[in-house]
Design a protein around this ligand. Structure first.
Ligand SMILES: Cc1ncc(COP(=O)(O)O)c(C=O)c1O
Length: 386
């Protein structure tokens, strides 16, 4: 079975956050992390069926919805979870904020590694907690972003309560290896930290030799202090349906987390549950085709950069996600995003991810190849126009 990722609906003029940003301007939006593709046919069919039913009362997941998640985790990652460990949430960012509030007091610290998806740093601050960041170290010989263990140890204080991990990593597109995850779990245990592992990109691994390793599975002895956050949103392109979940094996930790959501966190909707079930149970062929298409886009991007974009480089392989972290420091631009916008391409500013200003931009290649090709051509023109 094959699927068409080259033909996409017009999103300009719709409710799309990605496309509204540049409405009225000739700028291709390759910034916020959603894809321009339609969701899988199975998801669309499930949504149509749910809409046909016509009643949209307060929702609870059915057994079948929970089973779709449980079965997918067992099949894909060999992770056996109990359905009672699932806490449904309207978003992962919400999960990061709830975790900050539930497990750290005002003034206490939450560690993460930068660059990273900005809410890792803003979630603690939203409720008066403190975000402490440790930069990844680039191993240029190995072409790999690595955890700076020494700096990490030094960053811990008596006020550190939590560690936020992004696995696979946005924006570095990196898949963590077993030794790293085991060492991180040991680090958290030794310092008595709760480990919150955001695995929203776990079904988007592009390198077929790299398995996704759920952090809680790699270190079962430490699973009791682990909160895993997942969602169908990135992989199946349904973030606008607001459906995600935390997996919290330890009942005390789970009760604490749930208490922090009470009366504040919105319920997942009927349409969200319908899409989630169809995503995990009925969309595997579509996902495999999507991964093949994204690999093609990644290779096209890498090739174009190598051949046509002097001054732009990618320091490490793109192992996962549809996001690439471009080093533009050789261009000497104070505002690289502004410069590329002037030439018709909308990227994300690396500074928001904790990277020094002017050094990196992030490009989202979850779009038809023709769009990517046009955007790269515009970037090439932008390079000659400095
Ligand atoms: C690592 C990571 N976590 C969370 C999110 C957003 O999650 P949600 O839309 O469910 O809040 C993103 C979106 O880009 C992400 O990359």
């Amino acid at each position: 079975m094959s699927f068409d990722f080259d033909t996409v609906p017009q999103r300009l003029g719709t409710d799309s956050q990605k496309w509204q940003k540049y409405a009225g301007q000739d700028i291709l939006p390759l910034w916020v992390a959603d894809m321009d593709f339609r969701s899988s046919p199975a998801i669309l069919a499930a949504l149509h069926e749910r809409v046909e039913h016509g009643v949209f009362g307060y929702a609870r997941p059915t057994k079948a919805t929970a089973s779709a998640v449980v079965d997918a985790l067992a099949l894909r990652y060999g992770w056996t979870i109990d359905p009672t460990w699932l806490v449904w949430l309207p978003g992962l960012v919400c999960g990061l904020n709830v975790t900050s509030q539930a497990f750290a007091q005002p003034g206490e610290e939450v560690l993460c590694l930068t660059p990273v998806y900005p809410p890792f740093m803003t979630a603690p601050k939203n409720s008066g907690r403190v975000s402490v960041t440790v930069p990844f170290a680039l191993n240029t010989a190995a072409h790999r972003w690595e955890i700076d263990w020494e700096a990490l140890e030094k960053a811990v204080t008596p006020r550190t309560r939590l560690f936020f991990l992004c696995n696979p990593h946005n924006p570095l597109a990196r898949v963590f290896r077993r030794e790293e995850l085991a060492r991180l779990a040991e680090f958290c245990a030794r310092h008595n930290l709760i480990l919150c592992s955001d695995e929203i990109h776990c079904d988007l691994i592009l390198d077929p030799t790299l398995p996704h390793l759920p952090t809680a599975l790699v270190a079962p002895d430490h699973a009791a202090r682990t909160i895993t956050l997942m969602a169908p949103s990135k992989t199946y392109n349904v973030p606008g349906l607001g459906t995600s979940f935390a997996i919290i094996p330890d009942s005390t930790l789970r009760a604490h987390f749930v208490r922090a959501t009470a009366g504040i966190v919105a319920e997942v909707t009927t349409l969200g549950f319908a899409a989630c079930e169809a995503a995990y149970r009925d969309s595997e062929a579509w996902r495999q085709n999507l991964l093949a298409y994204l690999r093609g886009n990644r290779d096209f991007l890498l090739d174009f950069i190598r051949r046509e974009l002097p001054g732009i480089s990618i320091e490490a392989p793109i192992e996962a996600t549809y996001l690439a972290w471009l080093n533009v420091s050789a261009l000497g631009l104070i505002d690289p995003v502004g410069h590329f916008e002037k030439h018709g391409v909308g990227l994300s500013d690396g500074a928001f991810f904790g990277s020094p200003r002017g050094r990196h931009v992030r490009i989202n290649f979850g779009c038809p190849r023709a769009t990517l090709a046009e955007a790269l051509h515009r970037i090439k023109v932008a390079l000659t126009a400095r």
